[in-house]
Design a protein around this ligand. Structure first.
Ligand SMILES: CC(C)(COP(=O)(O)OP(=O)(O)OC[C@H]1O[C@@H](n2cnc3c(N)ncnc32)[C@H](O)[C@@H]1OP(=O)(O)O)[C@@H](O)C(=O)NCCC(=O)NCCS
Length: 188
């Protein structure tokens, strides 16, 4: 994929998405390394500043990752990140992830709104055929969020991962682009 133009915006009802920039680094690291995010994430390691800057340079700036800051339409308050960490070009698939900061004034449900906006972006702007997202099965807020965003549970993977000394179940969600032909149709 091509990198996202820095002026690009995606507008929703309560929030808008803007591409991540280097100046967001301290804020994003605070969100990403917070206790609530780490305990709900599959990849648990704390991210250092230099790792994050490498990520921006080697992934985001090259278009291998599309990452957005979720901001309030009124007042621009940043709430978190929603991102596409992986594109599978061969199968025209993408994976989506999200983490929000610990802002007590964060409106409810904006995670679902942001996930839906990125799903539409994948389908309508990038013409991706399928988007998937994986969730640790105990993460009830995320399970609800994904369903509300338009994902469908495709699999329940028992004891899929060994994390912090315990086997954890993972739920796999998927969403198929409703706007394009599947390519399986003989008349295509
Ligand atoms: C997952 C996350 C993005 C969801 O954000 P959101 O869509 O804005 O969701 P909300 O915080 O409004 O909560 C969604 C729902 O889950 C419910 N919920 C939250 N914690 C819950 C719990 N422990 N048990 C059951 N339900 C829970 C909320 O009550 C709400 O339901 P309701 O609207 O029917 O009352 C956010 O919670 C987050 O950043 N979590 C930490 C990181 C993370 O888990 N990322 C996803 C990894 S896959």
């Amino acid at each position: 994929m091509r990198p996202v133009d820095k002026d690009y915006r995606i507008y929703g009802e309560r929030i808008y998405l803007r591409p991540i920039v280097e100046d967001d680094t301290d804020m994003v690291l605070e969100w990403r390394n917070s206790e609530n995010v780490v305990k709900n994430f599959i990849y648990r390691k704390q991210i250092t500043k230099s790792e994050h800057l490498e990520w921006l340079k080697n992934k985001v700036d090259k278009g291998l990752v599309h990452q957005f800051i979720i901001c309030d339409n009124v007042g621009d308050t940043p709430y978190g990140c929603v991102y596409i960490p992986h594109f599978d070009d061969e199968n025209n698939k993408a994976e989506c992830g999200i983490f929000l900061g610990d802002n007590k004034n964060r409106p409810r449900g904006i995670g679902a709104e942001a996930m839906k906006m990125v799903l539409d972006y994948c389908f309508e702007q990038l013409n991706v055929h399928k988007v998937v997202t994986r969730v640790l099965a105990f993460n009830k807020a995320s399970l609800k969020m994904n369903e509300r965003a338009g994902y469908v549970q495709e699999a329940y993977l028992k004891d899929e991962l060994y994390i912090d000394g315990k086997y954890e179940d993972v739920v796999l969600f998927g969403a198929v682009n409703p706007y394009v032909l599947s390519g399986n149709d003989e008349n295509v």
